[in-house]
Ligand binder design. Structure first.
Ligand code: VGL
Ligand code: ZN
Length: 197
């Protein structure tokens, strides 16, 4: 069904891993169901991009302790991904190369940001690296992945969603599928990172 495009990488491609942080994995404060299952396919994608000398970006939710999205402040989410905490760290099993470009988002108390493009320098970094096609996986399908994919399309990039490397929060059942539909309607293509060889 979803073709493994990772055998067909070319100049202008980049990998963007969205928010694969401890708080979004099982045991974390805002655990995405089966969120840990994205790690293995993402490691496969990392290997493919690294071996092809193509750039790898990793976004992270990077909130101050009094962030406006937190319940104690009247927000909708439990406290999560507080900058410097274990919960904010990338998953241990995720094998990010040393030259991964880290993009921190929603870093100030009064603003939330789901998209990795929102008030970050990601667009400029991608432009500087000559990126025209972005492969995206991570957490969560129905929030930060969706917002990032839609912003990537709006910025004129080709976007490939790695279906086996995303998982949804599903506050309402079906949110994940609806998010994928929205991304496809915006011109994103779906593919698979494939199983380890
Ligand atoms: C996210 C909810 C709150 C995400 C971040 O990364 O999808 N979701 N903050
Ligand atoms: Zn957040």
């Amino acid at each position: 069904m979803n073709p493994p495009l990772l055998d067909d990488l070319r100049r202008g491609d980049a990998l963007l891993i969205v928010d694969v942080q401890n708080d979004f994995l099982p045991g974390g404060s805002l655990a995405v169901p089966a969120g840990d299952e994205v790690v293995e396919p993402l490691n496969r994608a990392i290997t493919a991009f690294h071996e092809a000398s193509l750039p790898i970006f990793a976004s992270r939710d990077h909130h101050p302790p009094d962030h406006c999205s937190f319940r104690p402040r009247g927000g909708r989410w439990p406290v999560h991904c507080v900058a410097g905490s274990h919960g904010a760290a990338f998953a241990d099993g995720l094998h990010l190369p040393a030259d991964t470009v880290v993009v921190s988002k929603a870093t100030t108390a009064e603003r939330d940001a789901y998209s990795a493009f929102d008030h970050t320098d990601l667009r400029e970094q991608l432009r500087a690296a000559g990126v025209v096609r972005l492969f995206i996986g991570g957490l969560a399908t129905d929030y930060c992945v969706k917002a990032t994919v839609l912003d990537g399309r709006a910025a004129g990039l080709d976007v490939v969603v790695l279906m086996d490397a995303v998982r949804a929060v599903e506050v309402e059942p079906g949110d994940g599928d609806r998010a994928i539909e929205q991304m496809r309607a915006a011109g994103a293509v779906v593919a698979s990172a494939g199983v380890a060889r």
